[in-house]
Design a protein around this ligand. Structure first.
Ligand code: HEM
Length: 173
C-alpha cells in the first residue's frame, strides 16, 4: 500500500547540549529526529506520483463535465458547479496525501452526513460511478508528458470510489 497522509513532514529538532558530535552527521548539539528523517527516506505519496493538484482538478473537471448532462445526477447538484468541482478536487487531493486544504475550509469530511440531503440509490450510485470510471480511464499524469495513469494507481482510486459510493447509498430501492 502506498503511503498517504500529509503530516509526515513535521520537524523535530532536539537539542543535545551535552554532546559535541552525533551519529547523524548533524551539527554538534542538534539532532534531527523522527519525521524529517523519515520524510527524507519515505516513498512518494500518490498525490506526488500523479503530478499534484492539477491531476485532481483535471479528473474532477472531466467528471463534472459529464454530470452537467446527466439526467439522474444533474438535478441533485447546484446550478453553479464550480464550487462543487473545487470541493471534490480538494477532498481527493487531501485524501491521496496532498495538503489538507479541504479540511481547512470545510472541516472534517463527514461524507455520509453531507450526502444525507440527497437521495442516493442504485441509479444515482451507478451514474456517479460510470462518470468517475470514465474520467479515471482518460486520466493522465499531470506532469506535461501526457503519460497515462498507471494501472496500479487507477485500480487503487477505483476501489476507493467504489467503496465510498457504496457507503454513501442512503435509499433502499
Ligand atoms: C454515490 C453517488 C454520489 C452522489 C449521487 C453524490 C452526490 C453529491 C452531491 C449532490 C453533492 C452536493 C454538491 C456539492 O456540495 O458539491 C456532493 C458533494 C460531495 N461529494 Fe458526492 N456523491 C456521490 C458519491 C461521492 C463519492 C464516492 C465521493 C468521494 C469519494 C464524494 C465526495 C463528495 C464531496 C467531497 C462533496 C463535497 C462535500 C462538502 O464539502 O460539502 N461523493 N455529492
Amino acid at each position: 500500500m502506498l503511503p498517504v497522509g500529509a503530516d509526515r513532514y513535521r520537524l523535530a529538532i532536539v537539542r543535545e547540549p551535552e554532546s559535541t558530535e552525533n551519529d547523524e552527521g548533524s551539527p554538534a548539539g542538534v539532532t534531527l529526529r523522527g519525521s524529517l528523517r523519515e520524510a527524507m527516506q519515505a516513498p512518494p505519496t500518490v498525490y506526488e506520483l500523479v503530478g499534484g493538484k492539477n491531476f485532481f482538478k483535471d479528473l474532477v473537471n472531466r467528471f463534472y463535465d459529464a454530470v452537467e448532462t446527466d439526467p439522474v445526477l444533474r438535478p441533485m447538484y447546484p446550478r453553479d458547479l464550480r464550487p462543487s468541482r473545487a470541493r471534490l478536487a480538494g477532498f481527493l487531493a487531501q485524501y491521496w496525501g496532498g495538503p489538507p486544504r479541504y479540511s481547512e475550509t470545510r472541516g472534517h469530511p463527514r461524507l455520509r452526513l453531507r450526502h444525507m440531503p440527497f437521495e442516493i440509490g442504485r441509479a444515482e450510485r451507478e451514474a456517479w460511478m460510470t462518470h468517475m470510471t470514465a474520467a479515471l480511464g482518460a486520466a493522465t499524469i499531470a506532469d506535461g508528458t501526457g503519460r497515462r495513469l498507471p494501472d496500479e494507481i487507477r485500480v487503487l482510486m477505483f476501489e476507493h470510489f467504489d467503496n465510498a459510493a457504496a457507503f454513501l447509498v442512503n435509499k433502499a430501492d
